[in-house]
Ligand binder design. Structure first.
Ligand SMILES: Cc1ncc(COP(=O)(O)O)c(C=O)c1O
Length: 440
């Protein structure tokens, strides 16, 4: 990065610092990963300089012969990897991609989306009232059962009662297998489109450790930067089943992405997606996804030994959701203390959470990034014991009920936590362990 250093030492310095941070901590936010150097090089390539509104061989600008080849290559790799007849690789990210699907198929303020409630692990774009999905379309939320599992009977009942045009399955904070077959049957019964949002689990689907939605869903959306380990971005796929239901689907989706919602595609992003898809097709990637799940299961088993309350009792995929209520700890305070100890997770609401989203009862953590670094079961056992020690240190810390007292409490809490010797010792142990597992 010698050019950057010369041209902008401030940004150069910040990048170096962030690189250092990512090396020294356990990155356990389940939606994050370390993209390969190859992916990052493609992302930083001269494709950044090109404008290519339109689609391959149908562009609004000259000079796109090479970009056409690139986009066709990315499409081809995605089609082969997932086994679908049509893919759009242009969405800037997951949220615009979901929005494009709605824009393609729904009449605003009239048609209905049936999606998993945000408070129960769905994504904002699955119909949360604060998101465009909830503001422009009618939304019916479904929920999890008391066991923390998707309540398919409720999904079916709501689908029959409400006749949604789109049913969304897939989640942001759900640790179990998604039963695409059951969702497919429900969608069929009410003649709805089934949109499988596999943003979190795409890498696991490709690696064969999570069932594929391809035989059951009409449309599949995935981000490319989570378990798939590519650049930030997204893809919308149409399955054979989708084509059968609606032969116009590819055209509707493509038109919704461009010119409906977006202008020029980010060709450098397309290049990096193509690289990630190439990497994901390799046998090493299958081994990687298998290890992601093995690591998450080991972590779950170890945390259960320390009597942590895991939503749904464990995990089948790459993530865990911990309800800290029984540990007398709060998710926001825990996430802060864990970061001080070098373990980066996110605070998260748990099903039927009595606390507000900014101070929820739980934390969400996952294994995609630490598995990329080469960590295995042995390291998971250690990580579980560190997590336990951190939570023990902050047990009983209670956020004041009155909003006015909270900022003073936070300030004091942060000071105490930053000076906590046990946490600082763990931070050093984490740093030493991380140094044995280089980030790409
Ligand atoms: C299930 C799901 N869908 C969509 C998105 C949105 O992706 P992005 O953040 O790229 O807009 C996310 C991101 O967390 C997600 O988890």
């Amino acid at each position: 990065m010698k050019n950057l250093k010369a041209v902008d030492p401030q940004v150069y310095e910040l990048i170096k610092k962030e690189e250092e941070r990512q090396k020294e901590v356990l990155e356990m936010i389940p939606s994050e990963n370390y993209a390969s150097r190859g992916v990052l090089e493609a992302l930083g390539s001269v494709f950044n300089n090109k404008y290519s509104e339109g689609y391959p061989l149908k562009r609004y600008y000259q000079g796109n012969k090479i970009v056409d080849n690139l986009e066709l290559l990315a499409q081809d790799r995605a089609k082969k990897l997932f086994g679908v007849p049509h893919v759009n690789v242009q969405p800037y990210s997951g949220s615009p991609a979901n929005t494009a699907v709605y824009f393609a198929l729904l009449e605003p303020l009239k048609d209905k989306i049936l999606g998993l409630s945000l408070a129960f692990g769905g994504h904002l774009t699955h119909g949360a009232p604060v998101s465009i999905s909830g503001k422009y379309f009618k939304v019916i939320p479904y929920h999890l059962s008391d066991k923390g599992l998707i309540d398919h009977d409720e999904v079916e009942r709501l689908a029959v009662e409400e006749q949604p045009k789109i049913i969304v399955c897939g989640a942001t904070a759900y640790p179990r297998i998604i039963d695409f077959k059951r969702f497919g049957e429900i969608a069929e019964k009410v003649e709805a489109y089934l949109l499988a949002d596999i943003s979190h689990i795409a890498g696991l689907v490709v690696g064969g450790v999570h069932p594929s939605p391809v035989p059951y869903a009409h449309i599949i959306m995935t981000t490319t930067h989570k378990t798939l380990r590519g650049p930030r971005g997204a893809m919308i796929m149409v399955t054979d089943k989708g084509l059968e239901k609606d032969p116009e689907l590819p055209d509707k989706i493509d038109k919704a992405v461009f010119p409906g919602l977006q202008g020029g595609p980010h060709d450098n992003q397309t290049a990096a997606i193509a690289v990630a898809l190439e990497e994901a097709g390799k046998p090493e990637f299958k081994r990687y996804s298998e290890q992601v799940v093995k690591n998450a299961k080991t972590l779950a088993d170890e945390l259960l030994k320390f009597k942590f309350d895991l939503v749904s009792g464990g995990t089948d995929n790459h993530l865990l959701l911990i309800d800290l209520t029984t540990k007398k700890a709060n998710g926001a305070l825990a996430a802060y203390a864990l970061e001080v100890a070098g373990i980066v997770v996110n605070k998260n609401a748990v099903p039927n959470d009595p606390l507000p989203p900014f101070y929820p009862s739980g934390i969400r953590l996952g294994t995609p990034a630490i598995t990329t670094r080469g960590m295995k079961e042995k390291e998971m056992i250690k990580i579980a014991s560190w997590i336990n020690l951190v939570i023990e240190e902050i047990k009983g810390e209670e956020l004041p009920k009155e909003k006015e007292s909270r900022s003073y409490f936070w300030k004091e809490f942060r000071r105490r936590v930053k000076e906590n010797e046990r946490l600082l010792e763990i931070k050093e142990e984490v740093r030493a362990s991380c140094s044995k597992f280089p980030a790409p």
